[in-house]
Design a protein around this ligand. Structure first.
Ligand SMILES: Cc1ncc(COP(=O)(O)O)c(C=O)c1O
Length: 421
């Protein structure tokens, strides 16, 4: 593969070819597909689209509910505070947390991981200790641990994958020991779509008293993540990957660690007392939410949780798995297209290479046919280095995608390969 892309098409404004496709029943709830019925949006691992219910909730907040929280003594502010805290309870219920006080709001998964690294693990980690991550991690769940390990003279241990792209579980069991101070893994890989057996990963770590942080960025939209059943210590996810707004995320902290999460940022809204000499702080989650919160983001996140709650997730999972199977078969039937790894436990995310064509050229060619995919390293450079691939084209599915869009993907890839040869 060439190192540089030849940029095939430069687009200055959004204008998709005017196919007239019937929207599937889920996609009619998403205004973007009314706007662009011809858009085959296959970049859901980067961010999902937003249903009308989420957009309406944010609009409503700014039109008739807007006020700052936790500090007003007038109706509008009290109402905003009540709604903000109701969202915290809804998120707690969504993941089966025992209380709303286990839920802190952050900017997203990235910040949630950094909070745990900086305000929890940094106090516990010493020279000679180790942190276990996997080679599948997004940089957001890799670099914070790598940096902390370096700072403390600890070791970063990396769980390898097998030839399919599944985690090598026997190797994992060898890596965890009594000096492991954190196991941090994703539930679903954003590059290969591997679904990790987090129940087993957590159980193994707990036999060595190691806490576990689960990065649920790619799974929270469709997979149950019950805190009582799975018993993870920390869970991170982002609103924008579960049909909610940008700029809002969640950090769940299990009861036994609540008192150990220290402040992350300093400022208003998280103090008990401030004197010239000293400041004392309130406990998690308030100590995490210094400064003015993303109130509209939290309201939108609540609407996203309600949107997911009213879906039949078992039904959607089965439809998605059928669509995923269909995608896999079509991709494998195109000469010149290679799916770089096909894990045995797989969700609807595929990384492909097209022979002799740079991933950016593939993505820009697909774009002219109204197909949105991602090209690059997907913030998983250690993984791509490990599997010896410089970059891929990533196709990632959601419940509002359908087979006709995958057929168009295939037709467009075949046209590209013909055009190139
Ligand atoms: C698995 C995974 N973890 C973490 C992140 C980072 O999420 P955010 O950018 O919303 O903080 C992503 C984003 O793509 C992801 O896919």
């Amino acid at each position: 593969m060439r190192n540089n892309a030849i940029v095939l098409f430069v687009v200055s404004s959004v204008s998709y070819p005017k196919y007239r496709f019937k929207l599937n029943s889920y996609s009619t709830q998403f205004p973007v597909f009314e706007e662009y019925p011809e858009l085959a949006y296959l970049d859901n691992a980067a961010t999902t689209q937003r249903p009308k219910a989420v957009i309406d909730a944010i609009n409503k907040f700014y039109i008739s509910e807007n006020a700052n929280i936790h500090r007003g003594i007038y109706d509008l502010s009290n109402q905003a505070t009540t709604k903000y805290e109701a969202a915290r309870q809804a998120v707690a219920d969504f993941i089966g947390a025992s209380s709303a006080s286990n839920i802190g709001f952050t900017k997203g998964t990235t910040e949630s991981v950094n909070v745990v690294a900086q305000s929890f693990l940094s106090k516990r980690l010493n020279q000679g200790d180790n942190i276990v991550v996997s080679i599948l991690e997004h940089h957001a769940n890799f670099i914070p641990w790598q940096m902390l390990a370096k700072e403390k003279g600890a070791e970063l241990r990396v769980i390898p994958i097998d030839e399919h792209g599944d985690l090598n579980m026997p190797a994992y069991k060898e890596l965890v020991d009594q000096n492991t101070k954190m196991v941090a893994v994703n539930h679903i890989s954003n590059t290969l779509g591997t679904i990790n057996d987090i129940a087993e990963i957590i159980a193994v770590a707990h036999t060595k008293d190691a806490p576990v942080m689960i990065d649920a960025a790619q799974s929270v939209s469709m997979y149950p993540l019950d805190a009582q059943y799975l018993k993870y210590d920390f869970l991170a996810f982002s609103g924008h990957k579960m049909y909610g707004p940008f700029g809002i995320g969640v950090l769940y902290v299990a009861d036994q660690h609540l008192s150990e999460i220290g402040p992350y940022n300093y400022g208003g809204g998280m103090i008990k007392e401030v004197t010239i000499e000293e400041t004392t702080f309130v406990k998690f989650p308030k100590n995490l939410e210094a400064g003015t919160s993303n109130v509209a983001g939290v309201i939108g996140l609540h609407a996203a949780v309600e949107y997911i709650n009213q879906l039949d997730r078992a039904q959607i999972q089965s439809e998605l798995s059928e669509l995923s199977q269909y995608t896999e078969e079509l991709l494998q039937s195109i000469p010149g297209v290679k799916v770089v790894r096909l894990p045995k436990h797989h969700s609807g995310i595929f990384s492909i290479e097209v022979e002799d064509i740079h991933p950016h050229d593939v993505a820009s060619f697909l774009n002219k046919d109204g197909i949105a995919v991602r090209a690059g390293m997907h913030c998983t450079q250690p993984l791509l280095t490990d599997i010896g691939v410089p970059a891929t084209v990533r196709i990632s599915l959601a419940h509002y995608n359908d087979k006709s869009q995958i057929d168009r993907l295939k037709a467009s890839l075949i046209e590209l390969i013909d055009f190139w040869s």
